[in-house]
Design a protein around this ligand. Structure first.
Ligand SMILES: [Zn+2]
Length: 604
């Protein structure tokens, strides 16, 4: 399939009316400039779903979902962007034109299609073998593990026969080249120089991408030989740490329940699905990667981890959680009692019992606290202090004062230790970990972080609504004024499009943002009521405050650079940087004067 020309997409977006489109799914009532209704994406009794005919976007203040006409169609019908464009085009009775792909892209796509077809053939071969005469033991094993026929089909389970080259011969006969067999990791060259199957006498788990195309395989032994599990090597379709097992089957449920559960093994995931817990996926290896975290976050922010309850599983869980936490997921840990793995627990105790465990999942930090309490004796003062000391870095990292307070309360309760003493330790820890000047700056930043974010949002809203102010913002630092990653991304996308001469509207910008979080943040900002007051004054206030913050950060950065040059004895460099700092201090003073003269709008 070719590409849809961009002008067509943009024209269609301007031709379509989001109120008309959404009305076909959701009853809407006029309220002021906007329309409101019950959100189709989460269940609610009072409407928090707002559609703006003026900006041609929607936003739900309950679940945060938001976007333009295309986002709505994608969210509602579960298809991709191209499907959404086709659906909207059909609604307005227009044909979707297509441009030709570049020859190189066409060649690449053709190659990938060929690889997918070969994997498909291999999976079919394995499946037939499972139901053939050689697959009796494998089938018996599957039955012993209580996997029903429907599950076997859904997960495309198969069997790699015991001989040396059954699959290789089969695929060579089908016209697949030896080169492709090796490239896709299906065959290897033996020490004697012959072509042999990589997977022999193993139960086979095809691994699909999020669109259900087979990218690789996992194979499990039926006896005690080693390795117990063997996966495809890196191939043009399969990269280590980039995929998640079962995502193709789980993604609809993940979206629906706005939560996913990540497990370790193929069998865990399969058993969960068989019992109707269909938002489970497998990590394909023990340690989660940032790539996998990002893939998960395309579907939800709420992640529960459910690894084996043995020591190795717990350690892997902690490591995976650190990565997920860094990526901004909301995390919890599901603990399985009695040292069982998820597969066995679900098989023996059933769906209801496992759902109880989901409800009892512990937030990440609380889980860490409990693990530490097992390691150190919390009945002794010494043990309590050891646990607290281990948690200090985590406590320090929590930027929201409320969240930090809540966590300190939990620690105090569980350890039976005074909150004030924990705060004292935390202060001591923060003191040791920073020099005083920086500490003061960090404190200043923490207390005003909320006000700064508010200023960034307000400034971005003005930039989007009054494009003529962009040049002034650029002169004052442009994207550098935004330290909030998503706000920065939105600002920069808008700026670059304007720079390229496109007169884009709010709903175009939604299409341009790849990241669903920035899309949602954008619609939230746009649909919010305008701040009351003089627009010009709000604009100047935001700009000055953000510029001041930018300068403060620059001064800290340059100061530490200067001390480095001083230590190494590079006088010229350190003088050069000193004069830069003086320049910044001067600018800061003059900005402060402007602020005093003009007054500041109250930030509350
Ligand atoms: Zn909602």
């Amino acid at each position: 399939m070719g590409l849809i020309p961009e002008e067509f997409i943009s024209d269609l977006l301007h031709r379509a009316d989001i109120v008309e489109i959404i009305r076909e799914y959701v009853p809407l009532k006029k309220q002021g400039q906007n329309y409101v209704g019950l959100c189709p994406f989460h269940s609610e009794k009072t409407p928090s779903f707002v559609v703006s005919p003026h900006k041609q976007i929607y936003h739900c203040f309950g679940c945060g979902k938001g976007g333009n006409a295309f986002s709505f169609m994608m969210e509602k019908n579960g298809g991709n962007f191209v499907d959404a464009v086709h659906a909207v085009a059909k609604r307005y009775g227009v044909n979707v034109p297509q441009t030709e792909k570049s020859p190189e892209k066409a060649k690449q796509d053709k190659l990938r299609d060929r690889y997918f077809k070969i994997n498909e053939l291999a999976a079919r071969f394995y499946r037939n073998a499972l139901h053939g005469s050689s697959g009796q033991d494998a089938l018996a094993y599957i039955k012993k593990r209580d996997l029903n026929t429907e599950t076997q089909e859904n997960f495309m389970l198969g069997y790699a026969p015991a001989g040396w080259n059954n699959l290789s011969k089969f695929l060579l006969d089908k016209g697949v080249s030896q080169h492709d067999l090796i490239l896709l990791g299906l065959s290897i060259i033996s020490q004697r120089g012959t072509l042999v199957d990589r997977f022999r006498n193993r139960l086979m788990f095809p691994i699909a991408d999020d669109r259900g195309r087979i990218i690789g395989f996992g194979g499990r032994v039926l006896d005690d030989s080693q390795p117990k599990y063997l996966n495809s090597p890196e191939t043009p379709l399969f990269y280590k740490g980039k995929h998640l097992y079962g995502l193709n089957l789980a993604k609809a449920s993940i979206r629906k329940w706005d939560q996913l559960i990540i497990m370790e093994g193929y069998m865990d995931v399969i058993m969960a699905h068989q019992h109707g817990i269909t938002n489970c996926i497998g990590s394909l290896g023990t340690a989660l990667t940032a790539n996998q975290a990002r893939l998960m976050m395309r579907y939800t922010y709420n992640t529960s981890i459910c690894f084996d309850s043995d020591a190795a599983g717990q350690k892997a869980a902690l490591r995976g959680l650190d990565i997920l936490e860094q990526c901004g997921c909301r995390l919890s840990v599901i603990t399985i009692p009695q040292g069982k793995d998820p597969d066995e627990y679900i098989r023996k105790q059933g769906k209801d019992a496992f759902e109880e465990l989901i409800v009892k999942a512990k937030p990440f930090l609380e889980y860490k606290l409990l693990r530490l309490m097992e390691k150190y004796n919390p009945d002794t003062v010494e043990g309590k202090i050891q646990v607290i000391e281990k948690l200090l870095p985590d406590m320090q990292k929590i930027t929201s004062p409320l969240a930090r307070q809540a966590f300190v309360q939990v620690i105090a309760e569980k350890l039976v230790f005074p909150e004030t003493a924990i705060y004292a330790e935390l202060r001591k820890f923060s003191g040791v970990n920073r020099n005083n000047k920086q500490d003061r700056e960090v404190k200043r930043k923490c207390t005003s972080i909320h006000a700064l974010e508010k200023a960034q949002r307000a400034l971005l809203k003005l930039v989007l609504e009054y494009p003529e102010v962009i040049s002034k913002v650029e002169a004052w630092g442009g994207k550098e004024l935004f330290n909030h990653t998503l706000l920065k991304e939105i600002y920069q996308n808008n700026y670059l499009m304007r720079q390229a001469g496109h007169n884009i509207k709010a709903n175009d910008l939604v299409t341009l943002l790849d990241n669903p979080d920035s899309q949602q943040l954008l619609t939230e900002i746009l649909i919010e009521e305008d701040s009351p007051g003089d627009v010009k004054r709000i604009f100047n206030d935001c700009l000055i405050n953000l510029r001041l913050d930018y300068i403060n950060n620059k001064i800290i950065e340059k100061s530490s650079l200067m001390s480095k040059y001083e230590e190494s004895g590079d006088v010229t460099k350190s003088l050069e940087i000193m004069s830069q700092i003086q320049q910044l201090v001067k600018e800061k003073q003059s900005l402060a004067t402007t602020l005093r003269k003009g007054g500041i709008l109250n930030e509350n």
